[in-house]
Design a protein around this ligand. Structure first.
Ligand code: ATP
Length: 319
């Protein structure tokens, strides 16, 4: 019988639980033993491991967060920490570990693979910043959360004939701003991938106002800069009143969307199958609605391409 372990690491994302459920149930279906490691690599180092069964993952497919908890673990990035993790994997006789997380977690999984512990990565992060996969688990839910906020802010922005800047997550990737901005009809979308000037934003605001628009919504990805600073700049330049909403951690919570649950279920199951087929050092993902796997090295090296078509379309539709 094979011994498989699963952990969640880095920032949590809605759908991680659905992925854990898929991993646990697919493992048991295939006759493997399945262990849950608590708090990411931290739990691995400290042997915080529990055996899981079919009921361990009952009633979690719709829950945000992660029942295994998550953490960031600096010790794991030292040679001693990595060795401790390898020792625990040996003690439990793990044949493989499934790591659900973002790029940092995949780097950790790659180090473990190099030490002979078979690892498969499942992309769990709201940022959608992994280039090898079209979507990461949690991104769609985060976009829907932002969209809900845009709808509400739009009501009050219209009533007061104001401008609103909504600051959303995305340090290096503007996908949350782009997708929610297009879906929410934002007047401007400001992302790290595309240069912008305050003058451009002001011009669009004035053009909108002159043709009778009652409100303007600007979506700003946090990686570009602070919303409060941009609000001040706009006010100083054209005297218009600007309100700021910073959505923050709200975007990481909530019940996962149907898309994220389905993605998590497919990727979690595929990760187990990969381990059972003797694969290691791979990240599973989705491309053109097909489940794929990619070497950690390549998956981490690939540079994400920003969807400029969608960006231009959003601009055209909000003139
Ligand atoms: P998110 O995208 O949500 O931030 P993440 O997985 O990228 O998720 P990180 O904090 O970057 O989150 O990484 C999670 C953990 O992975 C780290 O705390 C650390 O234990 C491990 N890790 C990150 N980078 C490396 C690395 N280069 N080598 C070994 N382990 C790493």
């Amino acid at each position: 019988m094979k011994n498989i372990a699963v952990l969640t690491s880095g920032g949590d994302s809605p759908g991680m639980n659905a992925a854990i459920r898929a991993v646990v149930r697919t493992s048991i279906y295939n006759g493997a033993k399945i262990y849950g490691i608590k708090r990411g690599f931290n739990g691995l180092i400290h042997g915080d491991v529990i055996e899981m069964n079919l009921s361990s993952v009952a009633d979690i497919i719709h829950r945000g967060g992660t029942i295994l908890r998550t953490a960031r673990c600096e010790e794991f990035q030292t040679a001693e920490g990595l060795q401790k993790a390898v020792n625990i994997a040996d003690v439990f006789d793990f044949d493989g570990i499934i790591v659900i997380g973002g790029d940092g977690s995949f780097r950790g999984a790659r180090e473990l693979s190099k030490k002979g512990i078979a690892c498969i990565g499942v992309p769990g992060t709201i940022d959608n910043d992994l280039a090898y996969t079209d979507f990461t688990i949690g991104f769609d839910t985060a976009v829907n959360t932002v969209l809900d906020a845009i709808n509400k802010i739009r009501d009050t922005t219209t009533s007061h004939e104001r401008i609103s800047i909504i600051e959303v997550m995305g340090r290096n990737s503007g996908d949350i701003a782009l997708y929610s901005g297009l879906a929410g009809g934002a007047e401007s979308i400001i992302v790290p991938e595309v240069e912008y000037t305050c003058d451009d934003v002001c011009k669009r605001l004035l053009q909108g106002k002159n043709r009778g628009k009652l409100h303007s919504i600007i979506l700003l990805a946090e990686g570009v800069g602070k919303a409060t600073k941009l609000a001040e700049e706009i006010h100083n330049k054209i005297g218009m009143e600007v309100r700021v909403t910073i959505l923050g951690y709200l975007q990481r919570g909530g019940s996962p969307s149907a898309f994220d649950r389905i993605l998590a279920s497919r990727l979690g199951a595929r990760a187990v199958e990969a381990l059972l087929q003797g694969e290691s050092g791979q990240a599973v993902g989705i491309r053109d609605n097909k489940i794929i796997s990619e070497d950690f090295g390549k998956a981490l090296e690939m540079k994400k391409t920003f969807n400029t078509d969608m960006y231009e379309l959003a601009k055209i539709l909000s003139i």
